[in-house]
Design a protein around this ligand. Sequence first.
Ligand SMILES: [Zn+2]
Length: 351
Amino acid sequence: MKEKLDAILKDGCDKIATAKTVAELQDVKASLIGKQGAVTEILKEVPKMEASLRAETGRAANQLKQQLTAMLDARVEEIQLKASEISPDFDYTVPGIFPQLFNSNGFGGLHPITQMCYDLNDTFRSMGFEIFQESDISSELYAFDNLNFPAEHPARESMDTYWLEGHDSGSGGKRLCLRPHLTGASVRFMQKNKPPYRFVYPGRVYRNEETDARHERAFFQYEVLIVDREFPFSAGMILIKSILSKVFGRDVPVRMRVGFFPFVEPGFEIDMGCLVCEGKGCSVCKHVGWIEIMPGGSPHPNVLRASGLDPAEYTGFYVNIGLDRLVMMRSGIDDVRLFHSGDLRFLEQFA
Ligand SMILES: [Zn+2]
């Protein structure tokens, strides 16, 4: 029996050493220690052997099996290592294939709204803000309930967003919709994190409405939220003014007016001076010299409560920038529908 085991070992060693691929080694493994492998066949015979031979043969066969397994594993590793080596013939100086970003007209680039979003991200990141993102699907709970919208508020009507699952039967978190604004997800952020925090939240929002030069069914918002034990509005105004100046590369006049939104108290509207007419009045600013650019305010106590925060302890500063409108101002675009038109003649101008 010893000769037989020795012969298997010798044959196994040869086969393992000469196998060139992992697949070949698998065949070798099967022939040695697989279900019908040479060693396995011997192990099957052990119980039928004479008592005097049984123990010794069993031990020897098991040892051989372990030895072969170790050799097979080592050889697999060796082959895999060799496969990942770079051939000495590889020529590092041959130029690579550059990704095709531009067509024959030289076109290819980021959408102007994406460019604006990235510009803002860079600016806010440099000021220590975190960037937060979430799903486009929200619910009545996050889009309205948590944001202090009264039950009979007209914004909850079907015209204001696109209702999804649970529209007829559900309520709160079970009544799903495409988010009509970003603010609801800020509550989700606040529920999960402990203040103080400052974060921005860019994303697409949806409205079920007629489109015209100033309105679209889907557009982009950029929400900014700071929550702390105290945060003066004057600091918020300086923040907004410096952000706008950075985006437009020049000093931008900014003013604040009282405004009402259910989720803020006090609430305001921030206007920027019309850069097209320099405040003199033109069709873009409807001849008033100012353009409504973002609503804002301090999060309403009910919104803070919905976020698990004590309004006696925390306050905050919130603005929601209309990205589309900001790009329209920066690039002198007079129709918001161009953004989603897919018209290359329009998009190529921003490449
Ligand atoms: Zn103007």
